[in-house]
Design a protein around this ligand. Structure first.
Ligand code: IYR
Length: 229
């Protein structure tokens, strides 16, 4: 009997979902290839000013938006910043906060933990990268009449979307930095975001410079990150 393409469950529409079934050897190969591919992704802090078409950025955001979210509320907003004036404002505000952090707010232990990354409060990439994607999480939805509707598992959902975004950026052949200046409320002001949105991550996207070096970091061994029962 042929299964119907659609059905309703308690009045709600459902559509049939079919995945291509690969032979097991192919599943194994695909999982290996994807791991090896993703393992080449690195956070980059030296961006070229080489332009990236907006169409590419839009595709990356569409990919991010395929992430699962609590009650399918899709509680995210991706602000695409290309304007040199806005990038300059963001850089100035971020560097001011980072200066305060590096010279007083961060503990000795924290500063020691990030020493291998050799970062400091200077953030030139905020102006050099062709685009900044500023991701906001939506704590709740605002109805046109000012009333509120709840969102659920907002940080988990937006974190997942950012993971998808980073994978899409890598897949496209571009690089990114997950930048978290702290506090980040200057982004709300500069980008004029509504009261229901909170800055989540600031992600410069572009090409690396020819001279890019990244810290020689090692990832944990499988047996350090997985337990089996
Ligand atoms: N936000 C600062 C400091 C910083 C913190 C962590 I945790 C890092 O992994 C890297 C940097 C900065 O962006 O420089």
């Amino acid at each position: 009997m042929k299964l119907p393409e659609t059905k309703t469950i308690n009045g709600f529409p459902f559509i049939r979902y079919v995945r291509e079934k690969y032979p097991e050897a192919e599943v194994t190969l695909r999982s290996q290839w994807f791991y090896e591919w993703m393992n080449q992704r690195r956070t980059v802090r030296e961006f070229s000013d080489r332009p990236v078409p907006l169409e590419v950025i839009n595709n990356l955001i569409l990919t991010a938006s395929t992430a699962p979210s609590g009650a399918h509320k899709q509680p995210w907003k991706f602000c695409v910043v290309e304007s040199p004036e806005l990038k300059k404002k963001i850089r100035q505000a971020a560097e001011q906060e980072e200066y305060e952090s590096y010279t007083g707010r961060m503990s000795e232990e924290w500063l020691n933990a990030i020493k291998p990354l050799q970062t400091d409060w200077h953030k030139p990439f905020l102006e050099t990268a062709p685009y900044l994607i500023v991701v906001f999480k939506k704590l709740y939805e605002l109805n046109p009449d000012g009333s509120k509707r709840n969102n659920y598992y907002v940080s988990e959902s937006v974190g997942l979307a950012c993971g998808f975004l980073l994978a899409a950026i890598h897949h496209a052949g571009l690089v990114a930095l997950t930048h978290t200046p702290s506090p980040m409320n200057f982004l709300t002001k500069i980008l004029n975001r509504p009261e229901n949105e909170r800055p989540f991550l600031l992600i410069p996207v572009g090409y690396p410079t020819e001279e890019t070096y990244v810290p020689d970091l090692k990832r944990k061994h499988l047996l350090e990150i997985a337990v089996y029962y």
